[in-house]
Design a protein around this ligand. Sequence first.
Ligand SMILES: [Zn+2]
Length: 295
Amino acid sequence: MSKVQNLTELLKHAAKNRYAVGSFSARYTKLIQPIIEAAINTHSPVIVQLSEKEVIRHQVGIREFADEFYHVVKTLNPEVPLALHLDHTKSLEVIKEAMDAGFTSVMIDASEASFDENVEITKKIVEMAHSRGITVEAELGKIGTTDFVETDIDEELYTIPEEAQKFCELTDVDCLAVSVGTAHGVYTVRQPKVDFGRLEAINHLTNTPLVLHGGSGVPSEMVVRAAQIPEGGVSKVNIATDLELEMLAVVGRKGHLTEEEFNGYSPELIEKSRKAVKKLVELKIADYLLSDHQA
Ligand SMILES: [Zn+2]
């Protein structure tokens, strides 16, 4: 279990070596294993994540998710660094539950609040988490959405570099999700873009590792360029939608399944889904994040 850790060293190594660590949303407990297998096969660090909205939508328990993560770790005994991260969460109760369940990192998303309120809320979570060796991600600015899966609002507000500097100094947050043009969900009408100048400006003013959300469907050259910016660029990239789409294609469904529905499929279909997800994660690691052979 020694390789399970919080995000501090993971992101420091990524920033220094100009790659990004993938934070993959398993969404279903049975899809945790292929993410970790992909990391082992590619000798890459990896983050497995679950968000507050996924808990509700897929009816997957935080405790069950963490238990499966640690079960897989125990079984596969990976040599690569791993983290278990709670993605977008607003509720203090959910954050506490995840901390108690063994999550090594949590995200407090108070991006809808005012700057001062966001600072206050984030500070509170940071104090709570750091006393337990858990890292915290916060969001500043608003990341848009195309499908309302991860957030309720499609309001986009780019992160202001000077505000990011102030925010990081005031909160002592471990990493910061920035809004620089990507969106959650599948890109259909709008096209993915990354404001590289803004990223560079934020990097220049902060020492905090930056996180790119909405990584699904963003062309690999954009992500690679964002990760390779000197001074750190983005050190963590969240990839959520793409994994579930792979699984849905295998089982021949659209929309979202619940944990119970997915578990109801035959062992053969579940195995086939796992293989598809593993292959996708391996591809993302090698072509997109450049985190292969960095473990
Ligand atoms: Zn996100």
